[in-house]
Design a protein around this ligand. Structure first.
Ligand code: SIN
Ligand code: FE2
Length: 196
């Protein structure tokens, strides 16, 4: 895992947030549901870029359109494309960016990111708003884990040996950032899905 604390300056965070608000007006947050059970995630999602990650009763997948509006996802903001190069340093640009919205109380269970065809490409993550207690382990579900906080502006990459590491978010810590209008956290994960 590569940690890039404070990767986005306060001004960059404000500018990126404005771009994300415009994108969310086009591609509103939706509530994904678990394959088979249909249980809703506590996190709400949207996507940017050519492909977006969705989950519903039929399973997890990447698709080019929003599951509710049927429209293509808005483009990935420029500052995220540069962050991909700066933190991930991969030869191909990202073709998907998942936006996760965590309200206080939302969490994400331990999982691997392995729905991508290109598993050589890193997963680059950026955080905005309240801090998250992020947990990361090894390549097997039962491996020991450790946790640390991801704060607004922090970057992180699952790269190299950690690309398929189990990871999740135990909780967010309300009141740890004044960036957003309300308590909560935005996480952006940039990915290269298709092989070059
Ligand atoms: C994810 O694994 O999709 C999100 C991780 C995070 O919110 O930091
Ligand atoms: Fe993930």
């Amino acid at each position: 895992m590569k940690f890039a604390p404070g990767h986005l300056s306060p001004d960059e965070q404000v500018a990126l947030l404005a771009a994300l608000r415009a994108a969310l007006a086009e591609a509103p947050l939706f509530t994904p549901t678990m394959p088979r059970t249909g249980k809703p995630f506590s996190v709400r999602m949207s996507n940017l870029g050519p492909l977006g990650w969705v989950s519903d009763r039929d399973g997890y997948r990447y698709q080019a359109t929003h599951p509710v509006t049927g429209r293509p996802w808005p483009p990935i903001p420029e500052r995220l494309l540069t962050a991909w190069d700066e933190i991930g340093g991969y030869r191909l640009p990202p073709d998907a960016c998942l936006l996760n919205w965590y309200e206080p109380g939302a969490r994400m269970g331990l999982h691997q990111d392995r729905d991508e065809q290109d598993l050589d490409a890193p997963v680059v993550s950026l955080s905005l708003g309240d801090e998250a207690v992020f947990r990361i382990g090894g390549l097997k579900r039962g491996d020991p884990t450790r946790s640390f906080r991801l704060a607004s502006g922090d970057g992180m990459a699952l790269i190299g040996d950690s690309r398929l590491a189990y990871h999740g978010v135990d909780r967010i810590v309300p009141g740890t950032s004044a960036l957003l209008r309300k308590q909560g956290r935005i996480n952006l994960t940039l990915r290269r899905v298709r092989r070059g």
